[in-house]
Structure formats: C-alpha cells, structure tokens
Design a protein around this ligand. Structure first.
Ligand SMILES: Cc1cc2nc3c(=O)[nH]c(=O)nc-3n(C[C@H](O)[C@H](O)[C@H](O)COP(=O)(O)OP(=O)(O)OC[C@H]3O[C@@H](n4cnc5c(N)ncnc54)[C@H](O)[C@@H]3O)c2cc1C
Ligand SMILES: NC(=O)c1ccc[n+]([C@@H]2O[C@H](COP(=O)([O-])OP(=O)(O)OC[C@H]3O[C@@H](n4cnc5c(N)ncnc54)[C@H](O)[C@@H]3O)[C@@H](O)[C@H]2O)c1
Length: 581
C-alpha cells in the first residue's frame, strides 16, 4: 500500500540557486526594486523561483525600471514569434520539447515553452486539464463555493448579527452538481484554447517513452506514431489511492473522482482520511446536510498541518459541526451497500492491528492520498525504477535511473514525482524545466510554495511547521521564535463577523529569516501569498515589516504579524552564498 505520506512535510527542498542571468541583470543597477516593479518588469518568474534571503541585495539594485521593462516587451515579442513558427525544431528533432500529460503541470510547461520559442507538443491520453481541472481543484472549489454560501445562509446567529433575516436556505442537488461540472468544462476549454492559440501541438493518445529523446503515442492497440524531441517532460499525474481491503463501487464507496459528481448526498458518510480531500469534502457534505464520521490512521485529525493551527481548525471546522471521528484506526475492510444492507466498515487499531469495531454508514469516501500514475509510460525502456510508485528526480526535476544516473534530456514534474502534490507546484516545476532546457539554471525553492485547504474558513501555509522548524533549528544550531496575530483585532474580519482566525509566523530571531507562516481564517488562501513571495524573494522580517497595507483589509493581519516578530537589533540579513532552504 502506498502510504499517504506524500504530503508537503515530506518533500525535500532543493538548494536554491540564483540564476546567473538574474544575477547579472541585477548587478549593474541602482534603483530599489519592489515586488510590484518586479512584476511589471517581467522578472516575476525569476522572482518566484525561490530567490532566498541571500539574493536580497542582488535584487535591490536594477539599472532602471524602464530598461528592465523593455526586456519584458522583448519576452512578449519572442512568445508571439514562437507561436507563429511552432514548426521548426532545432537539430533535426521533430520537436524541441514533448510533454506527456496535459494536466496543469504539462499545460504550464507548454505555455512557457512556447514563450521561450521552443517547438512544443503535448500528448494527452484522456482529457486536457488532468486531475486539477476535471477531477480536482476546479470542481471541488465549485462545490466549496456552494457550501460556503449554504453555511452562511443557514447560520441564523451570523445573519442576525448583520441585521439580516433569511427565510431558510435550500439547494437543488443537480444544480450544485451542474455548477461544478460546468466550471470544469469551461476551464478545460480555456486550457485547450490557450495551447492551441499559442501553437502547441496537442497529440492524442497514450505517450510511451521508447528511449532517450524518443516517444510514441496513439490509442492502445491502434496505429501509433513515433516522434523525437530534444527534451521530454513526463507530467502524467496521479490517481486516487485506495488501500487494500477497500472495495470501491463508485456509488456508496467512492473516491474524490466520484464524489465531485455529487450524484447523491448521503445522510451519513464516513470519510477515511482527514487530509486535504477529507477536510474539504467534510465542509461540503455537512453544509449540504450530511453527518460525517472521520476515520484517521494517525493519532490526531489533520496530521499534516501545524499542530496549533490543526487544533484551532478542529475547534472551528469539526467540533461544532455534525462530525465525529475515530483517530488511530485504519479502515481495514470496507464493503459497499448492497441488497438493503448499509456500507460496512471494519476498523483496526493502527498500531496493534487489533479489531476496533464496525461502522455501518450510508456511504464512505476514501481520501487516503493519491498514487502516481506511470502505467504505460515505458519506464523500463530507459532503466527507470519508481520509488513507492513515484518517478525519482533531482532538484531540477531531472529523472534518475535505476543506477542513480541522470537520464539525459528527461524530466518529470507534478504529482508523478511526488515532491509536492499541488497544481501550482506542478506548473512551477514545469516552468523551471523549460527555463533549464532554454539555458537558464532555475531551481524551484519548494519551501516557498504555498498550500491551502479551502474549508470555511480556509487554512493556508508556507514553509515549515513549528515542530519542523524547531527540529531544524536544533540540528543546525539556530534559535526559533514564533509570533501570532488574531483575526479578532482586524477591522475587516470583524465587519464580516469573521473574527475567528489566527496567523502564525515561525522565524529566526537572529537574522529575521521567515521559516514558515500558517493562517487559519477568512480568505487565508489569498493572504498567504505575501508570506510565500517574501520567502521566494528572500525578504527578511526587518524589511517586510515596513511594507504598507491598505486599511481596513484582512492583509493587515499579516502586517501585524510581521510587526509582532522580535528580530534582534543589528540582526544581519541572511545574505551570503546561495543556501539550501
Ligand atoms: C479532489 C482534489 C482537489 C484538489 N484541489 C487542489 C487545490 O485546490 N489546489 C491544488 O493546488 N491542488 C489541488 N489538488 C491536487 C492537484 O489536482 C494535482 O496536484 C495536480 O492536478 C497535479 O497536476 P499534474 O499535471 O502533475 O497531473 P494531472 O493533473 O493528474 O495530469 C496528468 C495528465 O496526464 C495524462 N496522462 C497520464 N499518463 C499519460 C500517458 N502515458 N500518455 C498521455 N497522457 C497521460 C492524464 O490523463 C492527465 O490528463 C486536488 C486534487 C484532488 C484530487
Ligand atoms: N486544497 C488543496 O490544495 C488540495 C485539495 C485536495 C487534494 N489536494 C492534494 O491531493 C493529495 C491527496 O489528498 P488526500 O486528502 O487524499 O491526502 P492527504 O495525504 O492530504 O491525507 C490523507 C490522510 O489519510 C490518512 N490515511 C491514510 N491511509 C489511511 C487509512 N487506511 N485509514 C485511515 N486513514 C488513512 C493519512 O494519515 C492522512 O491524514 C494531497 O497530497 C494534496 O496535496 C490538495
């Protein structure tokens, strides 16, 4: 069984390297560069790609915004030129770049490749958009948008506090399901059209790596075509992981693939796993009237989150809702409902494996993690062995073979490499590969990649949890401090009657380096980017605390947070050689 340990905490962040081109672009300059000016100057891509504190000083000087902006214009020109002549690959290959898998990772890589002037093809064996668009982020966020509104309309106390009267809220299940499905279709065609418009060749069928720089594609059993490419990216994603002993019938025992279709709303549903998928669906189901029972193998709910944030989330998202839970237990056997009998779940103690009783429920959602999808990829043709199912890669997403050697010109991004199973991480990894094959060494700093759980309220995070930071501090010999601010003191949150929330900063008091930020509260998923961008750009607390925030906004929660940190007087910024973060 694949464990669910493919969570954020286990990914090993690579060393961060300042790209040579950025170093030299920045060194001849004299004006101050803010995040906003970076964005206007076409440097954003480099900026978000993990420049850490050591790069503060390099980025603080750029010759002139005007000069840099003309650089940005020339990027645009080259993108247009590339779209017009996506027909001439270099050095006798059919393509400069072939991507296998048109999920968000493949899509992000394809668009960037065209911008860089690469003749690009993408091979898709199913539908464009992959998990995120068709069976993941997009439809789930449509359901969560509905659950957020239902929750609000049903909360009489909340409405009364505004002076509002609502006569009772109801929903049409098919209407809700249609909203999710329509959104997925819309985003899928947006993605397809964006690639077509830029001249990416979309090839249909299963892609198989035949050898270095050679791929075949086509329908299994039908005629297949062979193409060559200077570089190949594998972006084949993942599928739901169903532990042994669990029988999924797609009706009463389901995975997220089925749940997103919302074919029925059970009165009582057991959710196996209290990670991202479990939590988000508990928000949806309880808002639509279901009772939920969590079954979680570890000793606490939401084990992947910072423990303090997890505790608060439990107080707000679990305890007051129609949710109960069993922790420290495995669902060892699940039998779907049949012949008038309910779904039967057999529980065992996660440590001793002793039986822990049986549950009878209307439905069970299996949310125990995701397994990488590498079937039919032909990894044996290039001597690559998966590790726990994942394709092994180095920090530059270069594929490593069974002998520990790099496979030339072969990369793997997104869920299939298991570094960070998030849509934006897949896309960012793809962009970093395209930069590399275009001659710029750009390594994604995974510690700067934010994550969010879209419950009501939301949870977001970037970097290390407090226990992880303390462990690192102990090992490397630095002190760790924590600062916190509450949403209760924020005018905008109070105006919205949403004062329940906490932001937590984990940092080094000796030099002001931000190690992690965790937020629970209204719009936490949007608020986290100030912190993640600060980590990516190496902005230290002693600098960011002077940034100005509009009043009254939720962003003032972070303003207060950075101001609450106690960085030692005369702390030197962690400037120096590029370091691993
Ligand atoms: C319910 C749910 C909600 C989620 N919500 C979020 C969220 O809110 N935010 C977030 O960041 N992430 C979220 N995720 C995770 C996110 O969906 C994934 O991290 C992301 O889709 C990974 O992208 P990818 O490109 O690596 O793979 P995928 O999106 O899985 O795409 C892989 C593509 O490759 C194709 N393929 C596979 N093998 C082959 C082959 N041999 N030849 C040709 N094509 C092939 C597949 O058909 C698929 O289209 C969610 C996931 C789920 C399940
Ligand atoms: N908002 C988002 O960004 C978002 C939303 C949904 C999914 N995702 C991505 O999808 C991936 C999969 O999500 P997920 O929630 O399935 O996985 P997860 O790894 O987040 O959580 C799985 C949970 O299941 C528990 N578990 C595993 N096996 C079990 C068993 N047999 N019995 C009981 N409990 C068990 C684990 O301890 C863990 O708490 C995640 O890695 C996440 O990155 C992201």
């Amino acid at each position: 069984m694949q464990s669910s340990s493919m969570s954020l905490s286990l990914s090993s962040p690579p060393s961060t390297i300042i790209p040579a081109a950025v170093r030299s672009d920045c060194s001849s300059t004299s004006i101050s560069l803010t995040p906003r000016s970076l964005r206007f100057c076409g440097l954003k891509r480099e900026a978000i790609f993990g420049l850490n504190s050591s790069h503060c000083s390099a980025l603080r000087s750029v010759s002139s915004v005007k000069q840099s902006c003309s650089r940005s214009n020339s990027f645009k020109v080259s993108a247009l030129a590339a779209a017009e002549n996506n027909g001439a690959a270099k050095r006798g290959f059919d393509y400069d770049l072939v991507i296998i898998g048109a999920g968000v990772g493949g899509h992000g890589a394809a668009l960037h490749a065209v911008e860089k002037g690469l003749k690009t093809a993408i091979i898709e064996g199913d539908v464009v958009g992959g998990t995120c668009v068709n069976r993941g982020c997009v439809p789930s966020k449509a359901l969560l948008a509905v659950s957020g509104r239902m929750r609000e309309l049903q909360n009489e106390h909340h409405m009364k506090a505004f002076g509002l009267q609502v006569a009772g809220a109801g929903y049409d299940r098919q209407g809700v399901a249609d909203h999710a499905n329509n959104l997925a279709s819309k985003i899928r065609s947006n993605l397809t059209n964006s690639m077509k418009a830029l001249g990416v060749d979309i090839l249909t069928g299963v892609g198989t790596v035949l050898g270095p720089q050679k791929v075949k594609y086509g329908k299994v059993g039908a005629e297949e075509s062979v193409i060559t490419a200077k570089d190949i990216i594998i972006a084949t994603g993942s599928i739901p992981l169903v532990p042994k002993g669990i029988e999924v019938d797609g009706k009463t025992v389901i995975t997220s693939d089925h749940a997103l279709k919302l074919e029925f709303v059970p009165e009582w549903i057991a959710i196996v796993g209290s990670g991202y998928i479990g939590l988000e669906f508990s928000d949806v189901y309880t808002a639509l009237g279901s009772e939920v029972t969590f079954i979680e193998a570890l000793d606490q709910l939401m084990p992947g989150f910072d423990p303090e944030i997890g505790k608060l989330a439990q107080r707000v998202l679990i305890n007051p809702r129609k949710i109960d839970y069993h922790t420290g237990v495995f669902a060892s056997k699940i039998t779907p409902a049949k012949d008038g009998k309910p779904v039967i779940i057999e529980l065992i103690d996660a440590k001793t494996k002793e039986p822990k009783g049986t549950l009878e429920v209307d439905a069970a959602l299996i949310a125990t993690g995701r397994a990488p999808f590498t079937e039919g990829l032909g990894l044996e043709n290039i001597n690559v062995q998966t590790q726990r199912g994942f394709i092994p890669v180095d920090e530059r997403m270069r594929v490593i073979d069974a002998n520990g050697k790099l496979v030339p010109h072969l990369y793997c991004i997104g869920d299939a490499n298991g570094k960070m199973m998030l849509a934006h991480a897949a896309s960012a990894q793809g962009i970093s590969v395209v930069e590399q094959v275009s001659g710029k060494d750009l390594v994604l700093n995974h510690s700067s990649v934010p994550a969010a759980c879209f419950t009501h309220p939301e949870i977001s995070m970037v970097g290390l949890t407090e226990p992880q930071a303390r462990e690192k501090g102990e090992k490397e010999g630095f002190e760790v401090s924590v600062a916190k601010t509450s949403f209760k003191a924020n005018t905008k949150a109070l105006a919205e009657n949403e004062g329940e929330g906490l932001a937590k900063l984990i940092y080094r008091p000796d030099n002001g380096e931000i190690l992690g930020v965790h937020i629970f509260g209204l719009h936490a998923a949007d608020l986290i980017h100030e912190a993640s961008n600060a980590i990516a750009m190496g902005t230290c607390i002693q600098d960011i605390k002077f940034a100005v925030h509009a009043h009254p906004t939720l962003s003032e929660v972070l303003d207060e947070l950075f101001k609450a940190a106690k960085v030692k007087v005369n702390a030197s910024s962690p400037v120096g050689e590029p370091v691993a973060v």
